[in-house]
Write a protein that binds this ligand. Structure first.
Ligand SMILES: *Cc1c(COP(=O)(O)O)cnc(C)c1O
Length: 430
């Protein structure tokens, strides 16, 4: 192979050997080779520059190629890129866990670090099951969740992601069967009524003796439809979990670290779950890292059982490089008036997406914090639509009927205006 590959060579090898997310090898549209990324711009191999609307799937908060994140990585590489976490500990991990305890809702104190969001949710689910086993309640071996959810691509997480509209219905026969209730019907600004939780309440009344935990994405159902629901609904979920003695797992992997306008979306409802999962933006999009955080009560409860320990331990647990970058990213976020930035981004998104409301192909336009969504009446045809965004000089990756953006927090008003205007122009051509 030559030292550097041409665009054509990259594409050829890619189409021959490389899987992409949710892809096949005969896809009608090839991926775009990207050469570099800086700030809010991606530079393609052919020289074109795109304003990034995706934050690489919710993760890039401070823009690409940030000098402070790079410096943290370089410093850590020179000291110790990796070391096993069994029997050893180190400053980057300890610092990170302390910060996570400080910024997550009250009562969450014990941190389990892992490599990806799906694993963080697997760990949360295992914690819940192991807790009840330790309490002598083995029959609490089911999970309850709402429809339209998404918690990852591994088997336990697939079992609680939406069973019918989700991407995994074909695996139903091999998945653990969990309990689903109606998706939150009370949207973000709607008036909450007790009838909005009747399905949940009735199901809990009937089945709570066999339920270990409820898992839910707080306030924003992401991959399952980019739906924003009422904080009062979440508040009632928490009350019902307490009433029926089941644990509450909040999956903040997409919503965490300021994206919705609160540090964690749970704060809208003023609740503390028993277990919280974070990931995606944890390292500011620099590398893969996730965490599952629980209370003293659950941690102690797990460890007083027969096993005496929590039964999980990834090889690359608490990788020092990833932890150092996470520490640098959280430092940046916490010292950066992120509330002001996200509030302003919200205003710019509302303004910029407003013209889409008039288009006949558009069913709804909604904005919450740094998330802007145009929902269409019909699913988009990716092979024709994706190149239109690139021609317009923006990077937007729709799915189904949803054309959405969640730019890095550091984006300028001017770039938001260009991004949203281009997005509306493309939607208009669909
Ligand atoms: C992305 C996501 C996950 C899965 O995270 P991965 O890092 O892709 O495994 C889980 N839950 C939610 C809410 C997510 O948005």
């Amino acid at each position: 192979m030559p030292q550097t590959l041409t665009e054509q060579q990259i594409l050829e090898l890619d189409s021959k050997h490389v899987w992409h997310p949710y892809s096949a090898f005969n896809m009608p549209l090839a991926p775009f080779p990207v050469a570099s990324a800086d700030g809010v711009r991606l530079t393609l191999k052919d020289g074109r520059e795109l304003i990034d609307g995706m934050s690489s799937w919710w993760s890039v908060l401070h823009g690409y190629n940030h000098p402070k994140l790079k410096a943290a990585a370089k410093d850590q590489i020179d000291t110790m890129a990796h070391v096993m976490f069994g029997g050893l500990t180190h400053e980057p991990a300890v610092r990170l866990c302390k910060t996570l305890v400080d910024i997550t809702p009250e009562g969450l104190e014990k941190v389990f670090i892992s490599d990806s969001g799906s694993v963080a949710c697997e760990v949360a689910i295992k914690m819940a099951f192991q807790y009840w086993i330790s309490q002598g309640q083995k029959q609490k071996n089911k999970l309850i969740t709402v429809r339209n959810g998404y918690h990852g691509d591994t088997f336990a997480t697939m079992s609680v992601s939406d069973p019918s509209t989700g991407m995994h219905h074909m695996f139903n026969e091999v998945l653990a069967q969990q309990i689903f209730v109606e998706a939150p019907q009370c949207l973000f600004n709607d008036e909450f009524e007790e009838s909005h939780v009747s399905d949940l309440k009735n199901t809990l009344e009937e089945k709570h003796q066999n339920i270990a935990a409820m898992i839910i994405e707080p306030i924003v159902q992401g991959t399952g439809g980019m739906r924003f629901y009422s904080p009062l609904y979440l508040k009632r979920v928490k009350e019902l979990c307490e009433e029926f003695n089941i644990l509450l797992i909040c999956d903040e992997i997409a919503t965490g670290f300021g994206r919705t306008g609160k540090m964690f979306a749970c704060e809208y409802a003023g609740i503390s779950p028993d277990i919280i999962c974070v990931g995606k933006a944890l390292t500011g999009g620099f590398m893969s890292l996730a965490a599952t955080i629980t209370s003293e009560k659950i941690a102690t409860g797990i460890c007083e059982g027969e096993a005496g320990v929590f039964m999980h331990g990834p090889t690359f647990m608490a990788n020092p490089l990833a932890c150092s970058v996470a520490n640098a990213s959280l430092d940046l976020l916490l010292n950066d008036n992120w509330q002001g930035k996200v509030k302003n981004l919200e205003q710019q998104l509302i303004k910029g997406l407003e013209p889409a409301k008039k288009l006949k192909q558009v069913a709804d336009v909604r904005v919450l914090g740094g998330i802007g969504v145009i929902e269409l009446h019909e699913p988009v045809h990716m092979p024709t639509v994706q190149p239109l965004f690139v021609e317009e000089g923006i990077w937007v990756r729709p799915f189904g009927k949803l054309v959405y953006i969640l730019p890095p927090f550091v984006i300028s008003d001017e770039d938001v205006a260009s991004l949203t205007a281009a997005m509306v122009r493309v939607v208009n051509r669909i």
